[in-house]
Design a protein. Structure first.
Length: 156
């Protein structure tokens, strides 16, 4: 792979990482503003957007860890490093994607309630995508990890 492509991928993932920090900052400021007015169970059930924000912030941490390891993999590929740290990073990315998918799965009932209340069936599809996309990335990552760990067992 050409070096400029790896540099481009590093820039893209760094931009996504900065964007995640921006979204987390906005979410935290909204939650702090609401916390000053007082939280109650009625507010969380009446306005489920706060619950979705909290679940999104819980998924932010494994997403951040996964992005950092993706940047490590790209840096290792750029410097032609050995396969061992790359395989370990793929394992961590797999675990982070499973955690993100689990957080989205726990968020699904709330999204279903919001979609039912607002008569928005597209929101249920969006909730399914939030569950399936990280799960798909975790399967791909575990596949790449197994390919890197067993290079001798590849079919000819």
């Amino acid at each position: 792979m050409k070096k400029w492509r790896l540099v481009y991928l590093q820039l893209v993932f760094t931009g996504m990482l900065i964007g995640l920090f921006g979204l987390a900052g906005v979410a935290i400021s909204l939650l702090i503003k609401r916390a000053q007015k007082g939280f109650s169970l009625d507010i969380l059930l009446d306005k489920p957007g706060y619950f979705i924000l909290m679940a999104g912030l819980l998924a932010f941490i494994p997403c951040l860890i996964a992005f950092i390891h993706i940047l490590k993999i790209l840096r290792s590929l750029k410097s032609n490093a050995t396969v061992t740290p790359i395989a370990a990073s793929f394992g961590i990315i797999t675990t982070c994607c499973y955690i993100i998918s689990t957080a989205a799965l726990c968020l699904f009932p709330v999204m279903f309630i919001v979609a039912d209340r607002d008569d928005a069936p597209g929101l249920i599809l969006f909730a399914f995508l939030l569950i399936l996309i990280p799960f798909t990335f975790s399967v791909i990552s575990s596949l790449l990890q197994s390919l890197l760990q067993k290079p001798d067992s590849r079919p000819e």
